[in-house]
Design a binder for this molecule. Sequence first.
Ligand code: DAK
Length: 258
Amino acid sequence: MAYQTLIVEIDDYVALIRLNRPEALNALNQQLLSELGQALQEADQNDKVRCIVLTGSEKAFAAGADITEMAAMNYDDVLVSNMFGTEIEPITNTRKPIIAAVSGYALGGGCELALACDFIICSDSAKFGQPEINLGVIPGIGGTQRLPNAVGKAKAMDMILTGRFMDAAEAERAGLVSRVVPAAKLLPEALAAARKIAEKSLISVMVGKECVNRAYDTTLREGILFERRSFAGLFATADQKEGMNAFLEKREPQFRDK
Ligand code: DAK
């Protein structure tokens, strides 16, 4: 499907989704978020996709929700329309892994979008921030919940209450991103990581993602029980036999997602 605010390419079992509103530094408007939701749903259902990379431009992953679209809204507009509520759901419902490849600004809703992905690889030019406080509001796409999970309460409070930006080095130290690479290497690195994931059994990839996400939704005891049942369940798959036999036979596994 053709999109107006995204560029989507599928190659080698990886879907690369680029946010494409350069005139507004990829600010998230209703159209972009709704197209992103559709693109993610399509990728999730497409047999030719086993991992997704979400990126922006070199200057901006996304500079936040579109302020021109929000400025005149009232409480009832935001509440009754459930602004962004339905658009954002496909992002958290996607079962295949999503890697955010962040260069430049990831601010406000842009930072929250990256946080909603499974992990973030960023360039050394990346700047993360939740500057909504400067606009008289607060993060509204999960930032008050996911940011403390990612970087701890102290840094999350600091960023959300002062609106200051975090650079790539601090983001790596704080655990917000998994890797920092030079800007020119960002996409090759993210695509290589995605291809590595795409080689695995999709069953164990999906189950691994579900188990890690469970850590943020439940108690430790329940999470460990969920992991143990999921682990046992993987022994019902042909891919577990293939993976272990391939190791013993000193060859590469051929996973079939069975
Ligand atoms: N919205 C709309 N346009 C934006 C934008 C944004 N967030 N960010 C940048 N732009 C536009 C600029 O207006 C400018 O447009 P023109 O003037 O050329 O027409 C163009 O992009 C280039 O930006 P600048 O000229 O400002 O570029 P600079 O390099 O000088 O500065 C910057 C880059 C990223 C530092 C600056 O653009 C900036 O501070 N942008 C705003 C960052 C920000 O405050 N982000 C947070 C937005 S609030 C909700 C859930 C969540 C949210 C809302 C509702 N619900 C559940 C209801 C989320 C809210 C937010 O994210």
